[in-house]
Design a protein around this ligand. Structure first.
Ligand SMILES: Cc1cc2nc3c(=O)[nH]c(=O)nc-3n(C[C@H](O)[C@H](O)[C@H](O)COP(=O)(O)OP(=O)(O)OC[C@H]3O[C@@H](n4cnc5c(N)ncnc54)[C@H](O)[C@@H]3O)c2cc1C
Length: 570
């Protein structure tokens, strides 16, 4: 959509082809955050500063200066803030900067103020086309410094990825972009001059469409293809967290035109839990497991009952550990168990269940760790040994094995009540606090929706930020100083609980290699004229390094924009 909009703004005649019946892909059900170093929105209110040099130090740190394409990284750092402004100029989308630590938060160049979330979107401006956008799915986190509970209660306006896609679609339609659903691109046509046609499959059959300026492949990843995940990532994903449509068509499309491939063994890893009955597109869809892992009184173990990772790192880093093969090529940790105790159950909401509530059937429960282990097929001795060693260290806020709770990011979602401490409602009456939040959200949701709808339609993002950013950041900033004890605590209050966590991906990364203009390259490094790729379909701009919240969509949006402009100029 970013490519379509930038090309249309530059005067090109644009056709968007979407294979599914709804527009938006994974982006529509996502948080819609983008990670934009040096964005410079509301820096006064955020109390921060940033620079291209800082961003470069971060992105090219830890040896990445040896592996990443410096032209691509420099282009991203230079263009991403400009693209964010372009989006505000041409769409109803507004960006709300928040406090959110970069995922590798304690290395040089890291920041806690690079993530931007979409402001509200009023679907009325889309008219009938609103029905074309993929709606969001249920989500939620046990603890989140962002007041998601309030945001989720807002009615009548779209938020997050839904707002993002709604805004882009509206702007594209206004600019005359032709948007077709249930239209799958199945082949690229190539002549000596470059890519000059696409074959499109619809219910009426397959036909060829001539292309004058170029084709931008933005078909997402291949996480849904058992064949491709087996071939490139070792084995299929047992669960899915993205919608249908991620078959990896990009790989088939570019193979015929001789593109080189890059980062084909990489993914944006995501541990998830399948709650019985939760579905999307007629098949099971799992919940992302994020802050829940970073709370005290829980650990993750493998079938031997042993911890294998720092549970509080980013989903991408944890998922990568889970999918790491051993010397026999097996992945012993790809399917693990989250173990927690009654204290956790009483104190935190989990899988949409309020503190102390009744869990769905996939959460096992037993009065002792041994019995729990027997129920779930985990080695009881291993589990007891692990918990026994873990508890005294965790009680002191220490993890001598994996260093959990040592970085700002690992503590960000922890259990800490910075404003009132033990006197806060969260601390002494968590169930009541949760119910109160729900009630408040329900009460003010409709009114807030009306107000935000008007604000969104007014298209005054600077004014919105002036009102919103300071209070929001005042609320969130203390979480940057959470103590390690907020991420660690003993597992010693029976009964004990266990739930299966599997590794999946919010998108795979590998696909056609691109240059800093998002142009697809062949095996000799030459540009294939008229062919571009962006997002999870290809490019692999950071080759799997996840900068921070918004670290995937930002790449698709930035290089999609660049591709659209470059194509329009041909
Ligand atoms: C719950 C959730 C929350 C997330 N939150 C965030 C977040 O806040 N920030 C962030 O950066 N990332 C987030 N992610 C990850 C992010 O959503 C994805 O990495 C990103 O949206 C991928 O964008 P894309 O444009 O590459 O693919 P998509 O958004 O999936 O779009 C690809 C589209 O191409 C279509 N398509 C496929 N093949 C064809 C074909 N042959 N012809 C025509 N159309 C085709 C697909 O149907 C799909 O609609 C989240 C993911 C999930 C699941």
């Amino acid at each position: 959509m970013a490519a379509a909009l930038s090309a249309a703004v530059d005067g090109a005649s644009v056709l968007v082809l979407e294979s599914e019946n709804l527009i938006g892909g994974t982006t529509a059900i996502s948080g819609g955050a983008v990670w934009v170093p040096n964005h410079r929105f509301s820096y006064g209110a955020l109390g921060t500063d940033d620079s291209p040099e800082e961003a470069r130090t971060y992105l090219l740190g830890q040896g990445r200066d040896q592996t990443l394409d410096h032209d691509i990284i420099d282009t991203f750092i230079d263009q991403a803030p400009k693209v964010a402004r372009f989006v505000e100029e041409h769409t109803y989308l507004s960006w709300i900067p928040v406090a959110w630590p970069d995922y590798t938060s304690d290395i040089q160049g890291a920041s806690s103020f690079r993530s931007l979330f979409p402001g509200p979107f009023a679907p009325s401006v889309l008219g009938d086309a609103a029905a074309l956008v993929r709606p969001p799915k249920k989500s939620g986190m046990a603890r989140n410094p962002l007041p998601l509970w309030l945001i989720n209660g807002i009615q009548g306006v779209w938020m997050a990825g839904y707002a993002m896609i709604g805004s882009f679609l509206e702007a594209c339609l206004v600019k005359g972009v032709d948007v077709r659903t249930e239209a799958r691109v199945v082949r690229l046509g190539r002549s000596d001059a470059g890519v000059d046609a696409v074959d499109v499959q619809t219910a009426a059959g397959t036909r060829s469409v001539a292309v004058r300026k170029g084709v931008v492949i933005a078909t997402g990843g291949f996480e849904d293809s058992d064949e491709l995940t087996t071939r490139h990532l070792g084995k299929p994903f047992p669960i899915q967290v993205s919608p249908r449509g991620h078959r990896g068509d990009a790989l088939a499309l570019v193979e015929e035109v001789g593109a080189d491939l890059v980062a084909i063994d990489q993914a944006w890893w995501q541990p998830g839990i399948q709650v019985p009955g939760e579905e999307l597109d007629g098949r099971p869809i799992s919940r992302l497991v994020q802050g829940e892992r970073a709370l005290p009184h829980t650990i993750m173990v493998n079938d031997a009952g042993e911890r294998f990772a720092n549970e509080a790192v980013s989903y991408n880093d944890l998922g990568a550990v889970m999918r790491t093969p051993d010397e026999n090529g097996e992945m012993p940790n790809s399917s693990a168990w989250m173990i927690f105790d009654e204290y956790y159950h009483r104190r935190y909401s989990f899988l949409g269940v309020e503190p102390g509530g009744e869990y769905p059937a996939n959460v096992y429960q037993a009065p002792t760790l041994e019995e729990l282990a027997a129920k779930i097929g985990v080695d009881p001795d291993g589990l007891v040994r692990t918990v026994k060693a873990y508890n005294p260290e965790a009680a002191k806020g220490r993890d001598p094995w994996f260093g959990r709770g040592t970085s700002t990011f690992e503590r960000f979602f922890g259990d800490h009540n910075p404003f009132l401490g033990r006197l806060s409602l969260n601390a002494w009456a968590p169930t009541f606090a949760e119910r109160m939040r729900k009630r408040i959200a329900k009460l003010i949701g409709p009114v807030a929706g009306l107000v935000l709808g008007r604000v969104a339609r007014a298209r005054r993002p600077d004014r919105m930020r002036k009102q919103l950013v300071r209070p929001l950041v005042t609320l969130m900033r203390p979480a940057l100083k959470n103590p390690a004890t907020g991420a660690l605590g003993p597992i010693d209050k029976p009964p004990y609980f266990a739930v299966r966590i599997e590794t999946s991906a919010i998108g795979t990364i590998g696909g056609p290699r691109t240059d800093h203009q998002a142009r697809v390259l062949d095996a000799s490094g030459a540009v294939i004229p008229g062919l571009y790729a962006a997002g999870n379909a290809g490019g692999a701009t950071t080759q799997g390094f996840y900068g921070g919240a918004g670290g995937t969509i930002t790449l698709g949006m930035t290089f999609g924009y660049i591709a659209g402009r470059d194509a329009a100029s041909r």
